[in-house]
Design a protein. Sequence first.
Length: 255
Amino acid sequence: MVELKTDTSIDAMREAGRVVAQALAAVRDKAAVGVSLLELDAVAHDVLRTADARSPFLGYRPSFAPTPFPAVLCLSVNDAIVHGVPDGYRLRDGDLVSADFGAELGGWVGDSAISFTVGRARPEDVRLIETAERALAAGIAAAVVGNRIGDIAHAIGTVCRAAGYGIPDGFGGHGIGRRMHEDPSVPNEGRAGRGMVLRHGMALAIEPMLTAGGTDDYYAAPDGWTLCTSDGSRAAHAEHTVAITDAGPRILTAL
């Protein structure tokens, strides 16, 4: 069932989204060669505490997970696509990092992700990240009243495939609001004109995930959480929480 949010509720989700944006900006600023993933998780945790917000990630345990998620921040490095668990790994020159973060404030949730490089960036990584961001922008542009979920999926998939990248099979965006994961599912590839009609008050987390090798295959790391490319190629992830409004898509997790 899809909950249509009131304009007041969307404003409240924007406040949660501000916390998310601030945390991701702080994580990106802190990320440098030699900094550990646990240190980055602590930075995000500090932003939550300052805002008097809570984490929808910490302790989260969906059906596929062997254990509850142990952190407030997902950090996926190089060939890790999503759901990376922060540990003692220290960032190295040229690493590609995807950071995914959520915050709950006042009973409403925001969710967003960014990808960036550490130290000297490889040109192919810059292109991969830029394509993820373009795919996200295309998906958001399609998130207008009267369009369908398939229009968002088609917009994202078209950008990704045209660049020669893979799209991890079965993963995509989702509805969001009082909970981090709500209906409907928002695939990263699909046919235009198909699926649920978009209405004022819907809130969606739109999140392209791209793999540089062009394959859609992946595997789960031993931690049961981290999803990695099957061919060892690098991956990028970009995400915003977006409200569908009569005035157009409203990004709730922008700085």
